[in-house]
Design a protein around this ligand. Structure first.
Ligand code: TRP
Length: 370
């Protein structure tokens, strides 16, 4: 078995793009199998997922991943939610108000139903042993491999920094430490994160091959792709905080109404669900449908000739009704700062205990247990 990092050959780029398309469909097929296994035996899984603290979470996050996390937690999967407050340092704009962003994330998590009695919410900066895993992990990947990671390339292209930092470059290795410190074996992610997960799997495999002595130390975690389709923001492009086109979970009913009133539609009066040709209208229909747990075609039929104004009214009511209990819980938690701080403190303590145990195992495997 090969345990040394491979340099990129001349065909690396071509091979990557083939692997990419195969990777996505393979991950989709695997995700269907995983769903079945989770239903049968949730106890064999440990889920690790999380976010960079860049501000309040929005409906795109919610229907893309957050909703799914709570579903898995409620199915009985042991859950770790990481607030990636070191990774976020690659994003200059947010470093100023880090505490505020972290607290916003905790509030959003609690509001949507992440239960701190069952799930561990933590920040990776508070878990030294997690970060220490990065050193042996870095020794298991080559610079060439990091260099051709498409997600890193993309993040570098979108970062507004003048130079690429070492932290940005080693991001997928840090993410491997985030996942493997608790031996997470299930990572619900969007498609864009698949290359990162591949790095984690590679690192786990190489570590086991090199140091495992026949007993693997780490699992090779699986990606669980969500099937939620992409929600567009109010300007018709991907919903994203930095594009100012997002409806946050924390927004109130009036702000939601105002944002949706200004949402882009098209000039055709009759409302139909046609994602390929009418992306903006279709995304609004989808949003209403997700909130009302029905099909977007059904919402479209109901509105029909009533046009865009009626569509926006329907979506606004659907969103506000769906989010009302989440928003109520959020403001309740926001008033209880002591609880908020305790949640994070206890989550960090639990994560530290788990990370210490894993690091001890790693040092034993590496013969550096002095
Ligand atoms: N990189 C992820 C993002 O940008 C956040 C993240 C950090 C993460 N560590 C993780 C996600 C581990 C899944 C698993 O959204």
């Amino acid at each position: 078995m090969n345990t040394t990092p491979q340099a990129a050959g001349p065909d690396a780029a071509a091979a990557d793009s083939v692997a990419d398309s195969l990777g996505t469909s393979a991950a989709q097929a695997r995700s269907a199998v995983l769903e079945e296994l989770i239903r049968k035996d949730p106890g064999r899984f440990r889920m690790l997922t999380g976010d960079r603290p860049t501000g309040r979470l929005h409906l795109g996050h919610y229907f893309g991943t957050l909703h799914n996390r709570v579903r898995l937690q409620d199915l009985g999967v042991e859950t770790y939610v990481i607030i990636a407050d070191y990774q976020v340092l690659t994003d200059r704009d947010v470093a100023d108000n880090l505490t505020g962003h972290v607290e916003d994330l905790v509030l959003d998590y609690l509001a949507i139903g992440v239960d701190p009695r069952r799930s561990t919410i933590f920040t990776h900066s508070a878990v030294p042993a997690l970060n220490q895993l990065m050193l042996p992990f870095l020794s298991l990947v080559s610079v060439a491999e990091l260099n051709r990671n498409p997600t890193v390339k993309d993040e570098i292209a979108h970062s507004r920094q003048s130079a690429v930092s070492g932290l940005m470059f080693t991001y997928p290795v840090h993410q491997a430490a985030d996942i493997l410190f608790c031996k997470g074996n299930l990572v619900p992610v969007g498609q864009d994160q698949l290359p990162h997960l591949e790095v984690t799997r590679t690192i786990a495999r190489r570590f086991n091959d090199r140091y495992g002595n026949g007993t693997p130390v780490f699992p090779q975690p699986d990606a669980l792709l969500s099937h939620a389709p992409l929600l567009l923001g109010t300007d018709g492009t991907k919903m994203s905080k930095s594009r100012r086109n997002a409806i946050t979970l924390a927004a109130d009913a009036d702000e939601t109404a105002r944002l949706l009133k200004g949402a882009r539609t098209d000039s055709e009066r009759h409302i139909t669900y046609d994602p390929a040709h009418r992306p903006e209208v279709s995304s609004l229909l989808l949003l209403a449908a997700l909130c009302q747990n029905r099909r977007p075609e059904e919402v479209a039929e109901e509105i029909g000739a009533a046009g865009a104004a009626a569509l926006k009214k329907t979506v606004t009511e659907a969103v506000n009704e769906y989010l009302a209990p989440i928003r109520a819980r959020r403001s309740e938690y926001a008033r209880d700062r002591a609880f908020l701080q305790r949640t994070l403190r206890e989550g960090n303590e639990r994560a530290r205990a788990v990370a210490d145990a894993t690091l001890a195992e790693v040092r034993a495997a590496m013969n550096s247990h002095y």
